[in-house]
Design a protein around this ligand. Sequence first.
Ligand code: PA5
Length: 470
Amino acid sequence: MLNGQIIFDYNAMMADQIGEYGLTPEALDALQEPLKKVHADLQNRSGKGADFLGFLDLPQVSEATLNEIQATADEIANTSDMHLILGIGGSYLGARALFEALCHPYHNQLPRTQRNGRPRIYFEGNNLDTDALQGLMDLLPETQPASLAETFSINVISKSGGTLETAAVFRLLRERAEQCYGDEAAQHIVATTDASKGKLKKLADDKGYKTFVIPDDVGGRYSVLTPVGLLPAAVMGIDIHQLIQGAKDMAALCQSDDLHQNPAYLYAALQYLSYTAGRGVSVMNIWDKALEYVGFWYDQLCAESVGKEDQGRIPLTGVCTRDLHSRGQELQEGPRNTVITNIALGQSHHTLMLQEDPENADELNYLAGKTVHHMLNQAFEATNFAYASAGRPNMRFILKKRSAYTLGALFYLLEVATVAEGYLMDINPLDQPGVESYKNFMFGLLGREDKADYKARFEQRTTPKVEYQL
Ligand code: PA5
């Protein structure tokens, strides 16, 4: 059971706290019935996009599967000191979020012993950035590694197997692996992809790579609890059993059809009501640098799920207190189109305290005996009180601590909430038809035969007659 590991507080969303811009209990209660229908659609796998609701069952993963993932991860960790994780979107952001949240903030700079024998971790295949990729390739050997410190391994993650960024970068890095390891290259590469259909599966089978399966009924942005997130996490040394346990305990709470008992439905209802009241921008203010990528993971989950049919709120991630010095002004006094979700930690892992300074030239002695985490907490309370005082709606998730367990629970909660919100909006939160449009033109311009008509359309565009040469 979660036993208070996560606290959700939405008082400052409500009219009795923030006045005319808040929500009423009646409005929330009016969503009870629609949410019962949402609940039935989830339970019976009968809602829009139901073929992709497999993520709901992921916490039921078997012990044998987890052990197999762990064994491969340990093998990778024992035989390589640089681990390259290639993937984009849903095949990237969950693993990155786990790395940033749960590994040492300077993991790659630490000696191997202080990394608990785990490899340095690098993410690629998430862009088409020549210089960034070359920078990574500069770190890799060009011949057979002479020591463990020079060894590298690759996990290429792509459900479709056809994603340009990941596939093109993989081709370059695979060649480097073949150059360094010769006939043994396959022992240093794993592929995480679909069970049978895609190009990557065929390539992996031809080359003899070990493969992990992304289930057909789990979409990319809902896949962090499949090998997409679990294998990288296990390589990093993160406790994947705890990650799953957190999700499992959250799944138990999500069995209720009562929005006051089911935190995912409550969060969905609050976001839905805010959106329909004109709050089209939802900011996730993260009060812990290490959780920034949890925000980016959620940006994708939300944007690709609910941003369709001319609807959907625009999610933004902020890190506080850093972004109070950039976005703070607008959130306090800008247009009334924002709703804030705070993610904060009940405790930091370490204690850093300011001491009395007899000279007090910086006039900070009033902080003597106070910890940096205490200062953050006061900034957190002050900021949200200031927002609430100005009628700016905000809510908060407090994670008792940053752990695999609390993150597993949070991931699951936000996934269920996102689908529930999409169902309240009467859209399909599990597809992403809009992302095909740019891809069609891009593949056409890059010369793919089957997209030649898009290239022709592009070439017929009206081009501006005047170029401004500055
Ligand atoms: O959520 C999604 O479906 C997308 O973000 C995909 O994860 C992303 O486009 C990568 O796709 P693939 O795993 O097929 O390479």
